[in-house]
Design a binder for this molecule. Structure first.
Ligand code: XMP
Length: 326
């Protein structure tokens, strides 16, 4: 266990020594690990760091703005914001198979990142937010989704293609230590304690073919769900339901069902709510959310999000279901 202020000083000194006067590139996703790595490296080498933030159009509501405001505006970090929504939507057009979607998103992500990174002059280092559990995981054999988790996270093959050396300042840390480090470096609590979000983003939460309209509706529904989870305090623990769940999100189902609204009949899409409690994400239980909370989320989504007229709650454990729907 580290004493954080000492750890910060040590880590900063080590990065300065490694990097010297070279330039560093980092792929910023808005997730905890890449954010903490960016804050730490920026503290160490300032403007010698350039972050590349690729927006695939499958991020959560206002996520790109939040990343830019935290890093570029507040911390003065150099961030290149690439809005690649149209590229990703074009490549995903009509693709329904979950694995095919993941592969397309991962491949496009690497291509966009590589294109931007190659424009940065005299970069010698590629920084990554690899943490200790990633190091152990990569050592073992992996199948199925785990492979894509890793390949997406680590932007596989990039250091070689770009001829860069790897800078991984979080390699010795566990997740809770990374969070403490993030707080010590002044990152906002909401960012440091945010639920995990998969690399392919809403691409695996819009079942089947992805399009911008579905992504927009899903973003709105998801924001309502998260907002109500944050605002509902459990009286027994005095914690919010956001903090009492390990991961919670909305899923867009491309299925239409009939409803009534005023005098009229509606025929619109379905949103499923997923909220789980888990310690390791390998197994998970669905969260026993209070009925009142579910009822409020449901009526808000149906009234506020055009295109949605039905909300269901996912009561499946992992296994046999997974946390994500794709
Ligand atoms: P599943 O759905 O397999 O998810 O129960 C377990 C955890 O992994 C996350 N996940 C991913 N994270 N890239 C990521 O970075 C991915 O491709 C990916 N797939 C799943 C998921 O959100 C959950 O936390």
């Amino acid at each position: 266990d580290w004493n954080m202020p000492d750890y910060v000083d040590e880590a900063v000194a080590k990065i300065r020594e490694q990097v010297g006067s070279d330039h560093v590139i980092l792929g910023l996703s808005g997730g905890v690990d890449s954010s903490v790595a960016a804050a730490l490296i920026h503290k160490a080498v300032g403007d010698q760091l350039t972050c590349v933030f690729v927006d695939h159009g499958l991020l959560r509501l206002n996520e790109a703005d939040q990343v830019m405001s935290t890093f570029a505006e507040h911390m003065g970090v150099k961030v290149i914001h690439v809005d690649a929504t149209d590229d990703f939507m074009g490549k995903l057009d009509g693709v329904t198979d979950p694995e095919a979607k993941r592969k397309i998103i991962g491949k496009e992500f690497v291509e966009v990142f590589q294109r931007e990174a190659s424009k940065i002059d005299n970069a010698k280092w590629l920084a990554q937010g690899t943490i200790y559990p990633d190091v152990i995981e990569s050592a073992g054999a992996k199948t199925g989704k785990a492979v894509s988790i890793k390949s997406h996270h680590n932007v596989g093959g990039l250091p070689e293609t770009l001829n860069l050396k790897l800078l991984e300042p979080l390699r010795e840390l566990f997740k809770d230590e990374v969070r403490k480090l993030g707080i010590a470096l002044g990152l906002p609590t909401e960012m440091v304690y945010r639920h995990p979000f998969p690399g392919p983003g809403l691409g695996v939460r819009i079942l089947g073919a992805v399009n911008k309209q579905f992504a927009d509706w899903l973003r709105e529904a998801d924001a309502i769900f998260i907002d109500e989870l944050r605002n509902t305090i459990d009286p027994d623990t005095n914690q919010s339901w956001y903090d009492l769940t390990s991961q919670a999100f909305a899923v867009f189902l491309p299925v239409k069902s009939v409803g009534v609204m005023g005098d009229g009949r509606t025929y619109e899409y379905v949103v499923a709510l997923r909220a789980v409690q888990t310690s390791d994400f390998m197994t998970a239980d669905w969260a026993p959310l209070p009925h009142q909370l579910l009822s409020k989320v449901s009526s808000r989504i149906i009234n506020e999000v055009k295109g949605i007229n039905r909300v269901v709650y996912d009561v499946s454990t992992k296994p046999p279901a997974t946390i994500e729907w794709e």
